[in-house]
Design a protein around this ligand. Structure first.
Ligand code: ITT
Length: 193
């Protein structure tokens, strides 16, 4: 069985990660960059739910959309839901500076992933990966904060990994797998009806 979905994102890196992972489940993905303004909210789930509700007014195909963030323990979870703004303003170099005197460098990445159907349901999945912020940037791959994040269980930063390797650890891959398992069993049930 083949399924086709759109991924609403302006971030090509996110799209390539999702495309590779969902292909394993037989789900084909197309990137659509809709200009949806990210609302301010206290959690990634709330942000992605509001974005998905906006998308439902515009798109006619079934879609996924993801909102992600980096949460640093010694900064009480900052930048969290403000990750996009922080990346655009001070970047990962700014984060390294903020942490320069701090010994606790633990952090996690989180993804809230929404799946929406124009005439059906809206469902949210999430994924988290724990790790540490490195003392210097390493690697050329990936995007965003990847050069300064090393997941637990690896000596490499996300930016030193291929997409396949990052997908073994990442917050996004976990959320996507949870979504894909649910989606495939739903499709199977529909086929049997
Ligand atoms: P869309 O909203 O168009 O999907 P975005 O890049 O704005 O793309 P987010 O709001 O979800 O995505 O991400 C917030 C910030 O966190 C942004 O600067 C990203 O580059 C960064 N980020 C998200 N996922 C990441 C990942 O897997 N690795 C490194 N940085 C990531």
């Amino acid at each position: 069985m083949k399924a086709k979905l759109i991924f609403i994102t302006g971030n090509r890196g996110k799209f390539l990660e999702a495309q590779k992972l969902l292909k394993e489940f037989g789900i084909e993905l197309e990137q659509v960059d809709l200009d949806i303004t990210e609302p301010q909210a206290d959690s990634l789930e709330e942000v992605v739910r509001k974005c998905a509700e906006e998308a439902l007014k515009i798109v006619k195909e079934n879609f996924i959309i993801d909102d992600s963030g980096l949460f640093i323990r010694s900064l009480n979870g900052f930048p969290g839901v403000y990750s996009s703004y922080v990346y655009k303003t001070i970047g990962y170099k700014g984060i390294l500076k903020l942490l320069s005197d701090l010994t606790d460098r633990s952090a996690y990445f989180m993804t809230a992933l929404a799946y929406g159907e124009p005439r059906g349901e809206l469902k949210i999945f999430s994924g988290r990966v724990d790790g540490i912020i490195t003392t210097e940037a390493r690697g050329e791959n990936g995007f965003g904060f990847d050069p300064i994040f090393k997941p637990l269980g690896s000596n490499l930063t996300f930016a030193e990994m291929s997409i396949e390797e990052k997908n073994k650890f990442s917050h996004r891959a976990k959320a996507l797998r949870a979504f894909a398992s649910w989606f495939m069993s739903k499709e199977k049930n529909l086929e049997q009806k």
